[in-house]
Design a binder for this molecule. Structure first.
Ligand SMILES: *[C@@H]1O[C@H](CO)[C@@H](O)[C@H](O)[C@H]1NC(C)=O
Ligand SMILES: *[C@@H]1O[C@H](CO)[C@@H](O)[C@H](O)[C@H]1NC(C)=O
Ligand SMILES: *[C@@H]1O[C@H](CO)[C@@H](O)[C@H](O)[C@H]1NC(C)=O
Ligand SMILES: *[C@@H]1O[C@H](CO)[C@@H](O)[C@H](O)[C@H]1NC(C)=O
Ligand SMILES: *[C@@H]1O[C@H](CO)[C@@H](O)[C@H](O)[C@H]1NC(C)=O
Ligand SMILES: *[C@@H]1O[C@H](CO)[C@@H](O)[C@H](O)[C@H]1NC(C)=O
Ligand SMILES: *[C@@H]1O[C@H](CO)[C@@H](O)[C@H](O)[C@H]1NC(C)=O
Length: 646
């Protein structure tokens, strides 16, 4: 009798704990974000939602070949995992199993082809994104959430893109807000945006005379009054000389590395594939996730529009930085790599960006064997500083999953200066890149870290001011642009050479090598991270080998770690921590003050209480410090339960 009573109490409490969830109402499976949107959204015709399922089909993991066939993984993907995922027992897992098609069909039969459209699928999140006709959306959502295999229904996060790429002839005097990077919360930033728009206007005036053609190249540029164009081009590296030599990529070229055999996924707008710098380029696949087709260049692209709104603009710029090849004008360091082009961003400035496209592109590239991702985007609108903990947003979680499947992920950190980094640059083991000038000084617009949980961001820096890129106006034009959009592919192209040189290094070892060999690796900060990327030193790095420490008393080679001879274990120098001592502890109070963020106060979007937990310093473990949000309350209940049971 008494035992039954206690059992009942326990059951009741477990139910309470489970329903005590800020993000989802346990009973209705529907997120607050979506509920709010259904009430407040007046203007949009369609509502796009995530539907997450609670289970997958059972699969046999022992026969990898059969598994790959059933689940759409190309052999290149499996090869990469075997070569670069060092946990051999985890080559494939549940997240690789494709979504149960029956579930998708049943969701779609809640409506008809006029009221529900399937947009993207994410096997990793076991979710689909669907678009619902607004008038019927309440009824459709009622139907969908009543399906027993539906776990949650959530809003697809959209990001407003109001301002556009910088195109400058002079270093910016104030922070700039680039194109698809780092948009900010409306209320805080109207002043900032006004300043920025003034800057943009001035720049557009300059634009006309700035474009030049390689056929007339050096002489055309010399006639310009702009000092960037007066640079004497290197015989081989052309106008890419400064940026490439600054990060020692030329040394790896001299050793014969050029990216051969490395598959690089790029996610951006469209691309002008016909440009002369891409003539040599091996494009092994492409997909337009906006229009659901496999051509990434065929959009009519009127050139009377602002260059930032041309659909093939930004993608052409970044792709040429990665792997363009026109000796004497422009060299992208990884010119001999193979490329997968994903079109995920709409360049039209008032059109919202949507997270599901980026997620679908990452999974597509991964399944096709991409080893490296270069993504010059960051999303910020809607997210608060407290959300930037590497786990909160779906895209940040997906970015870290890609790393765990053997891919190296390189992101621009953003162009919002003091306002902080974009998402998913906050993700763990994502290499986020800030911008410096040709003297190695940080540009003011380069977004600062750290993450909400105190990790150093950006990871490294490279040139992001006056970078020469191929322009999409015609097949022979070039231009100069500023932004972390360009320092990102610069670092990614160097990392491609590093990966070619070390075919078995895991993404985490690449990460370790990159941060441990950068210019400020021993004294990182939240402005320039671990400093300027150094491809040569990263190549020479010996990755940490903890069994070497145990056996020989050496091998903890990270510059912030050492082998403790008593315990025979790798240990971090204070105040570093993490598997590769890659995290520096920036005290909670300090970083919150610095960013004027809502430390310790519930944020306005979700009632997530943001309580910093300081990590155990000097801990050489895989654990990252966790934010204390819902779990804090859950643990209160657990303590409560404990007392009752006694
Ligand atoms: C490309 O644009 C440049 C600069 O406007 C111009 O000089 C050149 O003639 C154009 N080339 C072609 C093939 O249209
Ligand atoms: C794109 O699709 C067309 C027709 O469906 C096909 O012939 C072509 O090979 C595809 N291209 C790529 C790069 O996948
Ligand atoms: C790419 O690498 C292959 C193999 O090393 C080589 O044969 C080829 O010439 C290289 N291509 C370029 C453009 O250098
Ligand atoms: C971008 O959005 C605009 C406005 O909705 C649309 O007209 C255009 O077709 C979109 N572009 C692409 C490439 O999807
Ligand atoms: C790590 O060190 C051990 C012991 O010296 C050695 O046997 C092993 O090969 C090393 N592993 C790597 C990946 O270098
Ligand atoms: C932070 O707050 C202080 C005091 O309210 C203000 O002076 C400063 O401009 C703010 N900084 C930012 C980056 O918003
Ligand atoms: C969040 O907390 C505030 C203050 O306690 C409260 O007024 C508000 O209703 C809460 N929002 C939600 C969506 O629960």
């Amino acid at each position: 009798m008494k035992i039954n009573y206690i059992l009942l109490l326990i059951l009741l409490l477990i139910k309470l704990i489970n329903s005590f969830n800020y993000e989802f109402d346990g009973k209705y499976k529907i997120s607050e974000k979506l509920t709010d949107h259904l009430i407040n959204n007046q203007d949009e015709e369609n509502i796009k939602i995530w539907v997450t399922f609670n289970s997958k089909k059972k699969e046999n993991f022992y026969n990898i070949e059969e598994f790959s066939k059933n689940n759409g993984l190309k052999k290149e993907s499996i090869e990469r995992r075997i070569n670069r995922c060092h946990d051999k027992n985890k080559i494939i897992d549940d997240s690789d199993i494709i979504i149960n098609q029956d579930f998708i069909n049943q969701v779609l039969t809640c409506g008809n082809e006029n009221t529900i459209k399937l947009i993207q699928k994410s096997n990793w999140l076991n979710s689909i994104s669907i678009s619902l006709l607004k008038e019927t959306s309440n009824k459709l959502i009622d139907c969908i959430k009543s399906l027993e295999f539906v776990e949650t229904v959530d809003l697809v996060t959209k990001f407003k893109k109001k301002t556009t790429t910088t195109t400058t002839t002079k270093p910016l005097s104030s922070s700039s807000n680039e194109f698809n990077g780092c948009l900010k919360n409306d209320e805080d930033n109207s002043k900032f945006e006004k300043e920025f728009n003034n800057l943009i206007e001035k720049k557009l005036l300059d634009l006309k005379n700035k474009l030049y053609s390689s056929s007339a190249s050096a002489s055309a540029s010399a006639s310009s009054s702009d000092s960037y164009f007066n640079e004497i081009p290197d015989k081989y590296y052309g106008y890419s000389n400064t940026g490439l030599r600054q990060i020692n990529v030329d040394k790896l070229h001299e050793m014969g590395y050029d990216g051969f055999g490395i598959k690089i996924l790029i996610t951006d707008t469209g691309y002008r594939k016909s440009h002369e710098v891409f003539k040599h380029m091996k494009i092994i696949g492409e997909y337009n996730f906006l229009k659901n087709k496999n051509n990434t260049q065929d959009d009519f692209d009127p050139f009377f529009k602002d260059v930032n709104e041309q659909q093939t603009g930004h993608g052409t710029f970044t792709l040429s930085t990665l792997g363009g090849y026109r000796p004497g004008v422009l060299i992208g360091a990884a010119y001999n790599a193979s490329f997968l082009l994903a079109e995920t961003e709409n360049a039209t400035s008032d059109f919202p960006l949507e997270e599901d496209n980026w997620i679908a592109a990452i999974e597509w590239g991964e399944s096709h064997g991409a080893q490296l991702v270069s993504s010059s985007l960051g999303y910020e609108n809607w997210y608060t500083y407290a959300n930037k903990d590497g786990h909160f947003s779906k895209i940040s979680r997906v970015a870290t999953m890609a790393v765990n499947k053997g891919m190296v992920v390189v992101m621009g950190v953003g162009n919002s200066g003091d306002l902080g980094m974009g998402i998913p640059a906050d993700a763990e083991y994502v290499i986020s890149v800030g911008a410096i000038d040709s003297n190695g000084e940080r540009t003011e617009f380069s977004s600062i870290g750290p993450t909400a949980d105190g990790r150093i961001k950006p990871e490294v820096m490279a040139l992001g001011l006056g970078n020469l890129v191929a322009h999409n106006l015609n097949d022979t034009t070039y231009d100069r642009f500023d932004g972390t959009s360009f320092s990102c592919p610069l670092v990614a192209s160097g990392i491609a050479l590093l990966m070619q040189a070390h075919p078995n290094w895991s993404p985490k070892q690449i990460y370790e090598a990159v941060i441990s060999s950068a210019s400020k690796s021993k004294s990182p900060d939240y402005l320039m991270g671990f400093g300027i990327f150094n491809a040569l030193k990263a190549y020479e790095h010996n990755p940490t080998n903890s069994s070497d420490c145990t056996i020989n008393g050496i091998g903890c080679s990270n510059s912030n770690g050492r082998c403790n001879l008593q315990s025979k274990q790798c240990q971090c120098e204070l105040p570093f921590y993490g598997q590769f001592c890659q995290y520096n502890r920036i005290p909670c109070g300090q970083r919150c003050l610095f960013l004027n963020s809502t430390c310790g106060i519930p944020s306005n979007n979700f009632n997530v209480s943001f309580t910093c937990i300081e990590p155990n310093i000097g801990d050489f473990s895989n654990q990252s410090p966790k934010l204390n949000n819902n779990n804090f309350y859950k643990s209160l209940f657990i303590i409560f339960l404990f007392f009752i049971s006694i």
